[in-house]
Design a protein around this ligand. Structure first.
Ligand code: IMO
Ligand code: MG
Length: 439
């Protein structure tokens, strides 16, 4: 049975939650493999809006959901989200599983996130302030505390004490900031642990067993390719691996078990946080897209920066994540513009560039080379088939496919689950890919 990875093909906020929800209908299990509560995934079902940060979007369909080892977990935020789901009549007991190997976000990670941003001054990254960077830094430095450690009180206290002792020195000498109270943190986290205990397990075993039994597994990416620690616009990135390879490490499955990768992209581009963005629109069209597309952050409420679609970015996502298709969302938002543009390449130091340059510093010097297409005026949000769309909207989609080099498999024309047009059966495409691989 096929497994599919859903990845963001831009700078995050592409609508991965909606696409996950749409595909989850035909899946058995949905897995988050990286990131933390920096993500904000919105799902609208029958007019009810659900906003999720850590729990996979498949939970609303009653699917088995996993927070994999590649994630960083803030237990308080997670428990709040679980209560929020219960309040909406969505059950989590026996359905939601958290990896014992996922790392914990501690209160000091959040404060460090804010202090480090202050120190960066005008070179700040514009993080979500959720402690993501410092938590992954501790993981790489091998001083992190993992979810499974919560289940062994003595071990947890020992690791916490070691970390806080070192940290308080840093707070005093470098940041001129208050010390942390080990006892208070220990009490808080051990109390949260007693409530999280039933959800904690070896999730890599759970996912591999599901695959062994022929179940359909969806991997729900958070953030996007351009925020990937290795493949994004470094250093304006997050501290994990949103691209498809992250699913293997972050869930504990081998690359041979992934059959298909679908990239989610808006019909334009948005970015929240700092860093270069070649197709950004600082004018009234940018503002118009922001208002019509409701481009305000789910996690922080920040207005998102908006601009034209960037095919260079999407080709990069195809390359580093092995995309077999695209889910193109927010096509309805572009309706009403007389002309629409797509960046097909960049101009960099007098030369035409077809691919992304080395890093943020070079990207900041790139000027987009645009193609212009006629827009469409009609409201397309109630279309149900590709053929229902006005000719110019169809031509836009076809042009995106030609520039990016992969087919558009899903098209979203509004926030509701029903406002999705399937041009292909994604699981069938995955099964085809598996068949081709087997030969
Ligand atoms: P979803 O899953 C959009 C951005 C932040 C900042 C950078 C680093 O909803 O697509 P971090 O807090 O991760 O250290 O911030 O990454 N960022 C996102 N932007 N959507 C997200 O998640 C994001 N998660 C992080 O704005 O620029
Ligand atoms: Mg977001």
């Amino acid at each position: 049975m096929p497994s599919v990875v859903i990845v963001g093909a831009q700078w995050g906020d592409e609508g991965k939650g909606k696409i996950t929800d749409f595909l989850a209908r035909d899946a058995d299990m949905v897995v988050r493999y990286q990131g933390g509560a920096n993500a904000g995934h919105t799902v609208v079902v029958d007019g009810v809006t659900y906003k999720l940060h850590l729990v996979p979007s498949g939970i609303i369909h009653g699917k088995t959901c996993v927070i994999g080892n590649g994630c960083v977990v803030d237990p308080e935020t997670l428990l709040r989200e679980i209560e929020y789901l219960h309040g909406h009549g969505v059950d989590t007991q026996g359905r939601l599983w958290i990896s014992d190997a996922a790392h914990l976000i501690m209160p000091y990670h959040q404060r460090l996130d804010a202090l480090q941003e202050q120190l960066r001054g005008d070179q700040r990254i514009g993080t979500t302030g959720r402690g993501i960077g410092p938590a992954y830094a501790d993981k790489a430095a091998r001083t992190g505390i993992r979810v499974g450690d919560l289940l062994d009180e003595a071990l947890f206290r020992q690791r916490l004490e070691r970390n806080v002792r070192q940290l308080n020195d840093l707070m005093h000498r470098v940041y001129d900031s208050e010390p942390f109270d080990v006892r208070a943190i220990a009490e808080q986290y051990l109390d949260l642990a007693s409530r999280l205990r039933p959800y904690i397990t070896d999730t890599a075993a759970l996912i591999n067993e599901a695959l062994d039994q022929g179940r359909r597994v969806l991997f729900e990416g958070a953030q996007g390719t351009m925020l990937d620690l290795d493949h994004g616009s470094y250093p304006y990135v997050t501290s994990s691996y949103p691209s498809a390879g992250g699913a293997c490490i972050g869930a504990g499955v081998g690359p041979t078990r992934i059959d298909h990768v679908i990239g989610v992209a808006k019909a334009y581009t948005s970015r929240v946080g700092d860093g270069p963005f070649p197709t950004e629109l600082d004018d009234e069209i940018g503002e118009w897209i922001r208002q019509k597309g409701r481009e305000f952050g789910t996690t922080t409420g920040r207005p998102r920066r908006c601009g034209w679609l960037d095919a260079v970015v999407l080709r990069h996502a195809v390359q580093v994540s092995g995309l077999g298709g695209l889910a193109l969302v927010h096509l309805d938002t572009l309706g009403g513009l007389e002309r629409v543009r797509i960046a097909s390449a960049y101009e960099y130091r007098g030369q035409r560039l077809e691919r992304l340059p080395h890093g943020a510093h070079q990207l900041a010097q790139c000027r987009p080379i645009y193609e212009e297409l006629p827009g469409w005026d009609e409201d397309i949000s109630s279309a149900r088939r590709f053929e229902d769309l006005p000719e110019n909207a169809r031509n836009y989609v076809r042009r995106v496919e030609a520039l990016v080099g992969v087919p558009v498999q899903l098209l979203s024309i509004g926030p509701d689950r029903a406002q999705t047009i399937a041009l292909d059966d994604v699981f069938a495409a995955a099964a085809r890919a598996r068949g081709a691989g087997a030969r």
